[in-house]
Design a protein around this ligand. Structure first.
Ligand code: NDP
Length: 295
């Protein structure tokens, strides 16, 4: 393997320690940042995410609340919960774990969150702020984590050709919006690809920085990567594996072994982008607290 590993576990730990130090410095007299997570239904993956977010929040010295509700909760009741959290002075960040049950309009719920507490950065107000380069925007945690990995590993984005595979509102689009902003971790020339892109390998081979976020196991193969490219793998996919105790293992959107022979830097799955996401969520909660307190 020739590529250097971008270690999201170590970097995520560093960022979490920085956030915790900042909380310890600024908190006092009962004042500290608070994050509320709302979990609807029994989805096991969502339950795991919410549990680890709660644990990380407490470890950072923040107030953490997890509100669990049955999948049968009505949209009206869920909106009322969001309203209560919006008004709660102990809570500075609110996240509603997706996916929500089908009878609930997710957009409506996400738009009900006070933009000042929208630490996921999915509310249109924060999306607009991100696009226009407003520093008070909450940057969606996963692409924000990718950007931090690049900055903190000394990978130059200025003038680089960045190709993003995937155009979701959670990863692909905010990733593009971060990389085209002026300043550190930005100033890239960005191309966004999706399922309608013509001759995808030709486009990805033009990338100095390739971000894969499509949710297809080991989709990006070595022939799609330029020698020396930086390859960031956001994908998390389960593939059956009888030799594994759980009967499956996790792989990314990148065929790691072959691409690692060609890339200059690469993120592993697990242990790459995933741990950065929680770290950036804590960073966003600290940002929300500061912004709310300074008003
Ligand atoms: P979505 O399913 O919302 O979006 C997938 C995108 O990939 C779409 O834009 C789709 O195109 C595009 N796509 C799908 N197939 C192809 C193809 N064959 N060629 C080109 N483009 C294609 O996924 P998310 O953005 O939510 O997530 C992507 C991956 O990242 C998933 O594996 C998810 O689990 C993971 N993830 C990881 C996180 C982390 O913390 N590390 C956080 C969030 C997600 P089109 O729009 O045309 O349909």
């Amino acid at each position: 393997m020739s590529a250097k590993i971008l270690d999201g576990v170590a970097l995520g730990k560093t960022i979490r320690a920085e956030v915790a130090a900042e909380v310890a410095r600024l908190a006092g007299n009962g004042r500290k940042p608070g994050l509320a997570a709302v979990l609807v239904g029994e989805d096991p993956a969502s339950a795991v995410y919410v549990r680890s977010k709660g644990k990380a929040t407490e470890e950072a010295g923040m107030h953490s609340e997890t509100l669990r509700h049955l999948a049968t909760i009505s949209e009206e009741d869920l909106l009322a919960i969001v309203d209560r959290l919006n008004a709660d002075p102990q809570i500075h960040g609110i996240l509603v774990q997706l996916p929500l049950p089908k009878h609930i309009d997710s957009d409506k719920v996400l738009r009900r969150i006070d933009p000042a507490k929208d630490v996921d950065g999915f509310h249109p107000v924060n999306v607009g702020k991100l696009v226009t380069g407003d520093q008070s925007a909450f940057r969606p945690a996963t692409p924000y984590g990718v950007q931090q990995m690049l900055i903190r590993s000394g990978i130059e984005t200025k003038g680089a050709n960045a190709v993003i595979l995937g155009r979701s509102n959670i990863v692909g689009k905010p990733m593009a919006n971060l990389l085209i902003q002026q300043g550190p971790g930005g100033d890239a020339t960005v191309t966004v690809c999706h399922s309608r892109t013509r001759d995808l390998p030709a486009v990805t081979r033009g990338a100095d920085i390739l971000v894969a976020a499509i949710g297809k196991a080991e989709f990006v193969t070595a022939d799609m990567v330029r020698p020396g490219a930086v390859v960031i793998d956001v994908g998390i996919n389960r593939v059956d594996d009888a030799s594994h105790p759980k009967g499956y293992r996790l792989v990314g959107d990148v065929a790691f072994a072959e691409v690692a022979e060609k890339a200059s830097w690469i993120t592993p799955v697990p242990g790459g982008v995933g741990p950065m996401t929680i770290a950036m969520l804590l960073q966003n909660t600290l940002q929300a607290w500061r912004q709310i307190e300074s008003h």
